[in-house]
Design a binder for this molecule. Structure first.
Ligand SMILES: Cc1cc2nc3c(=O)[nH]c(=O)nc-3n(C[C@H](O)[C@H](O)[C@H](O)COP(=O)(O)O)c2cc1C
Length: 412
């Protein structure tokens, strides 16, 4: 079906309005039923465009500026794209085919089009926490610095003794992530997200529920072992006695650290202490939004904290992570590694979170898209793209190395 000039114009107007809404979404109450001029809102537009096949083409046609910012791998990305090789754009097209209707692989992954899709990739409830993560990060602005002699920046860093090629690792995403769209097996899933991250010189993640069938847990632990511990292992905050039963096997994998997402179920200081004491590997508590919680984790002796609202998947209407991170970092920077996550899509996003005080970012949904669209190669392409973008952004803000990134590169 050919679009009339009027309908194209309507969609463009709808898009312009939705863009300006995106930047003010944190202040304004969201109204899903509201339509823009021409009877479209962005959510319906994306839904419709995917339904009519070639959803990406329509969405890209009307979302050119942001689409290219997120989708185009810069030329020369190390190991990213080459003649006859899978390219990142194709990964996204394939991901769209395989993930629909759970995820529409929107050009801008901001939690709008999927809002309300409980159990999928969205945030909980209205998805405002997911959207607040996005909006809060978009509001952070970089200042270019261009009179200096930094011609090449070193994006590598170290966490718990692991040297990684960029300060971004995989966020834990459990077996629920294998059930979307056409789905994939748990083996394919963890091989893709760990294998892809390792290929890009960083760490993958295996997220599990230790009450899942024993054969699943054992197989997933083996992935960490096979990649020589180049992955974090996340346990859901199930009762300590169950986690502790698995402690010898988890420690034996040599995972980079044990992560426990207490935003899926709180734990007391005493319970955290018990885990810290029992495990040989570092214990990182994930799901911190407040300084007082972070300080309680310090009391428990944790090795690191992850400032996160679980991508907005647990509690609706929370603040965005970029809003809460600075207060925690102001107190704890340099004392323990500070990890964070929430809508990291580009190298500039990584740079912003580090300038706000994080040491490492974790990436969830964009890695998921890479995995569905191209397996380990799709994930590696995404991580390599992000590393190249980070390198460029560091040069253009005048920071030669990760340890030199600070708030002086932010516009306040
Ligand atoms: C499909 C899916 C499954 C997830 N499963 C887990 C999990 O099992 N444990 C956990 O701590 N976080 C889980 N998360 C949250 C991520 O680790 C991360 O905190 C969140 O997605 C924010 O990152 P993003 O905005 O880059 O997606 C999951 C996220 C997604 C999208």
């Amino acid at each position: 079906m050919k679009d009339s000039p009027e309908s194209i114009e309507n969609r463009e107007r709808a898009l312009a309005q939705s863009r300006s809404r995106a930047t003010s979404a944190a202040d304004a109450p969201r109204d899903d039923s509201a339509t823009d001029g021409g009877g479209f809102n962005r959510r319906n537009l994306l839904k419709a465009s995917t339904l009519f096949g070639g959803g990406g083409l329509i969405a890209q046609a009307v979302l050119p500026a942001r689409a290219s910012a997120q989708q185009t791998a810069p030329s020369g990305a190390p190991g990213a794209e080459g003649p006859g090789r899978l390219v990142y754009k194709d990964v996204l097209v394939k991901a769209r085919e395989r993930l629909y209707p759970t995820c529409r692989v929107c050009p801008v992954c901001d939690g709008v089009a999927c809002s309300g899709d409980a159990g999928g990739i969205a945030g909980s409830g209205t998805s405002m926490s997911f959207q607040n993560n996005f909006t809060a990060l978009q509001r952070v602005k970089l200042m270019m610095r261009n009179v200096h002699d930094v011609a090449k920046a070193d994006t590598s860093t170290t966490i718990f003794g692991h040297k990684i090629s960029l300060p971004a690792v995989c966020a834990p995403m459990g077996p629920a992530a294998t059930k979307f769209g056409k789905g994939m097996t748990q083996q394919e899933w963890f091989d893709s997200i760990v294998g892809g991250c390792v290929a890009a010189g960083t760490l993958g993640a295996v997220g599990d529920m230790l009450t899942y069938p024993i054969e699943d847990v054992k197989r997933n632990l083996k992935v960490v072992e096979r990649f020589q511990g180049k992955a974090l292992y996340n346990s859901k905050p199930i009762p300590n006695e169950i986690i502790l039963k698995w402690q010898p096997e988890i420690d034996a994998t040599g995972a980079a650290w044990l992560s426990v997402d207490i935003d899926s179920g709180p734990k007391s200081v005493a319970q955290l202490k018990e885990l810290v004491k029992a495990f040989k590997m570092p214990v990182v508590v994930k799901g911190i939004m407040r300084l007082d919680d972070a300080m309680r984790c310090m009391d428990a002796g944790v090795a690191g904290i992850a400032v996160s609202n679980h991508g907005g998947r647990r509690q609706d209407h929370t603040a965005g992570i970029a809003e809460v991170l600075p207060a925690i970092a102001a107190k704890l920077k340099g004392k323990v590694p500070i990890l964070t996550d929430g809508c990291v899509a580009t190298g500039s996003d990584v740079l912003k979170y580090l300038a706000l005080g994080a040491d490492i970012v974790m990436v969830g949904r964009h890695i998921l898209r890479g995995a569905y669209g191209g397996g380990a190669e799709g994930v590696a392409l995404f991580m390599n793209k992000m590393r190249t973008e980070l390198q460029s952004a560091m040069v253009l803000t005048g920071v030669p190395s990760v340890s030199k990134i600070d708030s002086s590169i932010l516009y306040v």
